[in-house]
Design a binder for this molecule. Structure first.
Ligand code: OSB
Ligand code: MG
Length: 368
């Protein structure tokens, strides 16, 4: 495989509803899209960075820099054995996994089209339909949160995850459990607590949560292991897991019982499959996390979610929850049972609309 041309675009897309976590509120997404050409076949990738370096240190601007100054020059015109070679070739570049994933995942899209198979099948996925949950941000009031949960349950979603932070946690959970005593419910703290909050976090056990996601420091494994020893509720790690080795160490240390796999955070499909395999061998369930992706990243997440270890509903949900109009055709829809049917056409199985992408673009550069 030899890549002839790569284009980077930064697009700006307003969310239909703001999304708030313990680290802040997002109203407009700025997303870096990568388009690669290989002998007439086009593949797409998305860098899933936040607008500010709060979830991790990457932003659309750091990804642009790493891609345009290092990853793209190291890729164009070279003979590559396949998309997996991107991961090994750029291993010496430390971190910047979301930039790496944008490039590698576009090459997987190309290879799937060249082989005439669905991307899900190319990466070894078997599920034809994936179970879906939703991630609901911090709201202006508990009433608004309860209304939103009701809307998503009525749409069929199989699991509700709510964002929490100190001051928006136990009182909110009391009200949620009072109204919805039996729903499958998770919380995500995005690192808003420390071990000093141990007794407070232990009090969450009474809410019968499926998991508590990333309660402690964004790079920590050790303190999470100490916390997991004290909690009945399963800890799920998100921010702390960057590759398969992190997953192995976290599981061996007892830092979590579940792992959230995000393609961007771990650097693309090659690394994500390795994380999946480490977890599967140790009987640790995984699920696919989201980063408020556009349709391109969402399509990659759907393919990822078809691997057999993805036994829990992911944060992969319908396009309309995020965008007035998504940038792919058709948009992603969710069935009344809270599932997404996995496309079987070659490649992504969704077609990015170059016209809508160009309309949303605020920056563009081509490399050949
Ligand atoms: O921690 O899972 C997270 C969004 C932005 C940054 C971090 C996270 C999230 C989500 C949203 O939870 C999931 C989605 O709906 O895409
Ligand atoms: Mg998370």
């Amino acid at each position: 495989m030899r890549i002839d041309r790569i284009e980077l675009r930064q697009i700006q897309l307003p969310l239909v509803h703001f999304f708030e976590t313990s680290f802040g509120r997002t109203t407009v997404r700025r997303i870096l899209l990568l388009r690669a050409e290989c002998a007439g076949v086009t593949g797409w990738g998305e860098a899933t960075c936040g607008e500010s370096p709060l979830y991790n240190y990457e932003t659309p601007e750091t990804a642009w820099h790493i891609l345009s100054d290092f990853l793209i020059p190291g890729t164009l015109g070279r003979d590559l054995a396949g998309p997996g070679e991107i991961a090994s070739r750029f291993k010496p570049i430390r971190g910047h996994n979301m930039a790496k994933a944008a490039l590698e995942n576009a090459l997987w899209d190309i290879e799937a089209q060249q082989k005439g198979v669905a991307l899900s099948r190319l990466i070894g996925g078997t599920l034809k339909e994936i179970p879906c949950g939703v991630s609901i941000g911090i709201q202006n009031s508990v009433e608004e949160l309860l209304d939103k949960i009701q809307v998503e349950l009525s749409a069929g979603y199989q699991r509700i995850k709510i964002k929490i932070k100190p001051g928006w946690d136990v009182d909110v959970l009391e009200r949620v459990r009072e109204r919805f005593p039996r729903i499958v419910l998770s919380v995500d703290a995005n690192s808003a607590y420390s071990l000093a909050d141990l007794d407070h976090l232990k009090s969450f056990d009474r809410f019968n949560l499926l998991m508590i996601e990333q309660p402690l420091h964004w790079n920590d494994i050790i303190d999470h292991a100490a916390l997991q020893r004290e909690l009945k509720t399963a800890i799920c790690l998100d921010e702390s897991i960057h590759d398969a080795d992190d997953a192995r160490k976290a599981i061996e240390a007892g830092a979590c019982k579940i792992i959230n796999i995000k393609l961007g955070r771990v650097g693309g499909f090659t690394s994500a499959k390795q994380v999946h395999d480490v977890c599967r061998a140790r009987h640790v369930p995984v699920w696919c996390g989201g980063m408020l992706e556009s349709g391109v990243g969402r399509a990659h997440n759907i393919a990822m979610s078809t691997l057999s270890g993805f036994t829990l509903p992911g944060d992969v949900s319908a396009s309309r929850r995020y965008w007035r109009e998504d940038i792919i055709d058709p948009e992603v829809t969710v069935s009344p049972n809270g599932t997404i049917r996995v496309p079987q056409a070659p490649g992504l199985g969704y077609t990015p609309s170059l016209e809508r992408i160009e309309r949303a673009a605020v920056r563009k550069e081509s490399f050949a």
